[in-house]
Each structure stands twice: as C-alpha cells, then as structure tokens.
Design a protein. Structure first.
Lengths: 113, 109
C-alpha cells in the first residue's frame, strides 16, 4: 500500500517562472493538504482540498493555487516565482471521516534562482 | 491566537539516555501529531493522539488534554534517533495543522 507520493522530488526554477507540483494521496484518503517549509522553519499551511474544492486556505498570496482531481490527487501551482518561494513543499493526505490522521509525502524541494 | 510551543529547541544526549520532548498548546484541539524529520528529508508521522498514551517500540507519546500538554519520550536513545521532532496540532473547528518549531535532537555514540 503506497503512501503519499510527490513529484518531482527536486526542482530548480528561475524567478518569474511558474511551477506545478503533484501529489498522490495514500490509498483510501480523500483529503489533501499542502504545506511550505522554508529552511530551518516549521511547515506552514498553504491550503487543503476536499471534494475537488479548496476547503481552507492559509496566509499565502493568490500566486499559490491548487487543484484536486476526481481520483483525489492534487496539484500545487505557483506563479511568478520569487526567490523566497524556495522551500520544501509537503503534501499530506487524510481521510475525511474518522480521526483525521495525516500521512506525509517526502516533499518536493523547490529552488528558485 | 492558536499557538504551539515546543521545548527544548535543541537537545544533545548520550546513547542510551531517556529523552523527553514537550509540546504545549493554547486552546482545545481535535488531534495532535508527533512527527520526525531527518535532515533534508520528508516528514514521518510517529503518533497521532487525541487522548491518553501510545507506545511504539522505544517511543512513547502522552497527552494531557486538561493541561494542554503532550510529551514524546525516547527510551534507550540511539544515534539513529538524531532528527528534528515536531509537534503538530489541529485546533478544534479548523482543518489545518499548526506546527511547532521543532526540537533538534542529536544522540552521540
């Protein structure tokens, strides 16, 4: 039983470009959350998707957008990349019913140059 | 304001020592996770707690709902336990988790 799968694992982009990160949730999970972890800091909540809609959003600008597909997988899109967007982006999946236990992916490390 | 505080921030121990990491939070919660993160690596969930105590191998996690406090204990610590340990809390009425700043543990052989 695969856990949460994120792709790619590493990515280098140029300032101003756009990037798409992908997440496949753990089997049986229907909710996907995205977090940004800057170097030396704790993860910060970006948003959560459930039933293909953004259910809750953290304090991130509109440059950060997402999508959830009918198979529960999700994408995180970041437009007009800034140097400060360099971070580890974590995806976590959970089941909407029950005790909301999280399973984390290994993350995508984005470097903006 | 919903806050999560961890202590200590850094911890160095000798192999075999008993280790305790603490997490305090400000208001009522739905769930609390203890997570482990190795340098440059992703996050692994160790425990999810809403009450009581859980044990897995040498790791024990406890939570006291009334005192709004949780502890992670490592018995017979080993150098491979060296990592950052993070407490993450989901406050009542919200879907997101708030993460503590983490405790950087180094176990020396």
């Amino acid at each position: 039983d695969a856990g949460v799968t994120q792709s790619p694992t590493h990515l280098i982009k140029t300032r101003g470009q756009q990037v798409t990160l992908r997440c496949s949730p753990k089997s049986g999970h229907d909710t996907v959350s995205w977090y940004q972890q800057a170097l030396g800091q704790g993860p910060q909540f970006i948003f959560q998707y459930y039933e293909e809609e953004e259910r809750q959003r953290g304090n991130f600008p509109d440059r950060f957008s997402g999508h959830q597909f009918p198979n529960y997988s999700s994408e995180l899109n970041v437009n007009a990349l800034l140097l400060g967007d360099s971070a580890l982006y974590l995806c976590a999946s959970s089941r909407s019913t029950g005790n909301y236990g999280y399973t984390f992916g290994s993350g995508t490390r984005l470097t903006v140059v | 304001k919903n806050e999560v505080e961890q202590s200590p921030q850094n911890l160095t121990a000798q192999e075999g020592e008993f280790i305790t990491i603490n997490c305090s939070y400000s208001v009522g919660i739905s769930a609390l996770h203890w997570l482990q993160q190795h340098p440059g690596g992703g996050i692994v969930s160790l425990f999810m707690l809403s009450s009581g105590k859980k044990k897995h191998g040498r790791l024990i996690a406890t939570i006291n709902i009334q005192e709004k406090h949780s502890s992670l204990h490592i018995t017979a610590s080993h150098p491979r336990d060296s990592a950052v340990y993070i407490c993450a809390v989901r406050f009542s009425g919200t879907y997101k988790y708030i993460f503590g700043t983490g405790t950087r543990l180094k176990v020396l052989a």
